[in-house]
Design a protein around this ligand. Structure first.
Ligand code: PXG
Length: 455
């Protein structure tokens, strides 16, 4: 938006007069003024005062190919001229949506062969719930309606997304519908007590079996989980967790839905988190990295267990969005996949993550850091009160947000979840970028340490 030439202060005033931001305390934002990001290139953002920031969050966990890709803009421009919009309702569709569905069937885990498109992760999870309920009705098991997910899960912000998710703050603001049940997450650092990681992985997975028995398997439709819980604080499950979850789903005839909104498209070192953890889902949810955030797009991929029934026995499925299979969004997503493949971004990012992991050892030694955990290019630095006893801060979130503010001051964008400092950088990260991240983070940790030691 080069046409409007206003100062940062003017933009901030207009912003607080007219815009309500997501997940924001409106009053305090109006007092402080927003940070306005005006452009970006590669892995760096520039704010409206011309200051550069390293984006270690890929926007909001989505800009996997980095910023400033001209070919993404060109594809959108061409598609907008050829066909800016048409829908996939009433037995019509468009070429980009067909081609994207084909390519997704190729790269997603085996057996997931059908795509249903939407525009956001929340909408995609709404599709999941609609489709799973329909599936069990068609199977003549209409009582199978309850969804089990985890505390600290994030599955979106629509009523269904919030209900699937395990964020109590969101539930408390009127967001929890009946028919959703939450179990303990595989968060060893917080809940592992004296168990080793693998023992704890089984312990946390067995919570699913306990809950199914409590609810009655005849009432449970599906279990849904992110391979690694992202917005919940990058909770990386022990290796024993997913195999046991899969056994339990099989044993009780429960569908397994994997939310790949953050873990998909290269984030964990493979195309999907399901590949990394050898999960064989019945359905996956995709968004974010599907288009690297250049344009809103999401969808689900459906395996034969569900698609056979929906196609052969379902009749009309009364569900869909105006923008399901939007041709411009699908064309941009195809270009995004092409970039990931041609530049070997998944393999390269996995290699860079080894260097990042090495340098993060310096961060682990910091007195505030209880643990650094990561899987390829997603991770968390857990800030704690006592690293020897794994004691976390009682006033949850305060130290994390102090550290986040120092990071921003030092030109580094990281996200604080409770007292975990999260990183999820673009897959084009280089060694120089890693050095910049670690150096700025160490400086911010030192400043945080002296800040809280004084107070
Ligand atoms: N599933 C997962 C795993 C997500 O991370 C959604 C679904 C919902 O996607 P939409 O496109 O409807 O937002 C998400 C979104 C945060 C944060 O604070 C994370 C998300 C969204 C907003 C904020 O980390 N993830």
């Amino acid at each position: 938006m080069a046409i409007l030439n206003r100062t940062t202060k003017q933009w901030q005033e207009i912003d607080s007069a007219h815009q309500l931001h997501p997940f924001t305390d409106f009053k305090s934002l109006a007092e402080e003024g927003s940070i306005i990001i005006s452009k970006a290139n590669g892995v760096h953002l520039t704010n409206s005062d011309g200051k550069q920031l390293l984006d270690a969050m890929s926007g909001l966990w989505c800009v996997n190919i980095g910023y400033g890709r001209k070919s993404m803009a060109e594809v959108a421009y061409e598609q907008m001229q050829e066909l800016p919009y048409y829908n996939s309702f009433f037995k019509t569709t468009t070429v980009p949506s067909i081609e994207l569905a084909r390519q997704l069937a190729e790269i997603t885990p085996k057996d997931l062969n059908y795509a249903f498109f939407s525009s956001s992760g929340s909408e995609a999870n709404d599709t999941v719930v609609r489709m799973v309920k329909r599936y069990w009705d068609l199977k003549n098991q209409p009582s199978k309606k309850t969804f089990i997910s985890r505390e600290y899960a994030y599955h979106g912000s629509t009523m269904i997304g919030v209900s699937l998710g395990g964020m109590t703050g969101m539930h408390d603001q009127g967001g929890l519908l009946p028919g959703f049940s939450h179990i303990m997450p595989p968060y060893w650092y917080k809940y592992g007590e004296n168990m080793n990681q693998e023992e704890f992985g089984l312990y946390a997975a067995n919570k699913l079996e306990e809950r199914i028995i409590e609810l009655g398997a005849e009432n449970v439709a599906a279990f849904i989980g992110e391979p690694i819980q992202g917005a919940g604080g990058v909770i990386i499950p022990p290796d024993s967790y997913w195999p046991r979850i899969q056994e339990i789903c099989k044993k009780y005839d429960i569908l397994l839905v994997v939310d790949e909104v953050i873990c998909g498209f290269g984030r964990t070192g493979n195309w999907f988190g399901s590949d990394t953890y050898n999960i064989k889902p019945d359905i996956i949810t995709m968004a974010k990295g599907i288009s690297s955030g250049y344009i809103p797009l999401s969808g689900i991929m459906v395996g034969s267990r569900v698609s056979d029934v929906m196609i052969n026995e379902g009749g009309e499925f009364y569900h869909g969005y105006t923008y399901s299979g939007h041709p411009v969004a699908c064309a941009v997503a195809i270009e995004n996949l092409k970039i990931i493949k041609e530049e070997n971004l998944i393999e390269n990012s996995s290699k860079i993550s080894v260097y990042l992991e090495n340098r993060m050892q310096e961060v682990s030694e910091h007195p505030l850091v209880g643990e650094v955990r990561m899987k390829s290019l997603i991770g968390a630095v857990e800030l704690v009160e006592d690293k020897n006893t794994r004691k976390m801060f009682e006033d949850t979130g305060t130290v994390g947000s102090i550290c986040r503010d120092y990071c921003i001051q030092n030109g580094l964008v990281m996200r604080a979840v409770r007292d975990g400092m999260i990183f999820c950088p673009p897959l084009i990260f280089t060694k120089d970028n890693v050095d910049e991240l670690v150096d700025k983070l160490k400086k911010s940790l030192d400043q945080t340490h002296s800040h809280i030691s004084k107070s």
